[in-house]
Design a protein around this ligand. Structure first.
Ligand code: ZN
Length: 104
């Protein structure tokens, strides 16, 4: 089917039909049968590891403030020092780094 036929097919599906979740599934089926990418939110998760731009939460970082001894944590694409949210101590180095990308 070309794009135009797909649109017609979907119009047919929608024509005079009371929409139900099945209607959406049928439309999704028509689209995915024709090479459109459909995300199934209820289904299995699509692999996302390569899709997250710049691996936003690649590392979980755990800090203990050397000044006030509060613990805090952060996550990010790089291992970085962070500022203590409790007392403002700057450049606290993480005492523990968890590489989330290595967990499967
Ligand atoms: Zn502190």
């Amino acid at each position: 089917m070309n794009d135009h036929e797909i649109v017609l097919r979907i119009q047919e599906l929608m024509d005079g039909v009371e929409w139900t979740p099945d209607t959406l599934n049928e439309i999704a089926q028509v689209l995915s049968d024709n090479g459109y990418r459909i995300r199934d939110l209820d289904g299995e998760k699509l692999p996302t590891s390569d899709e997250t731009p710049e691996n936003k939460d690649k590392f979980s970082l755990f800090y203990e403030c050397p000044r006030c001894h509060e613990y805090f944590s952060d996550s990010g694409p790089h291992v970085t020092n962070d500022d203590c949210p409790y007392c403002g101590q700057r450049d606290v180095a993480p005492y523990e780094v968890q590489d989330n990308a290595e967990q499967e």
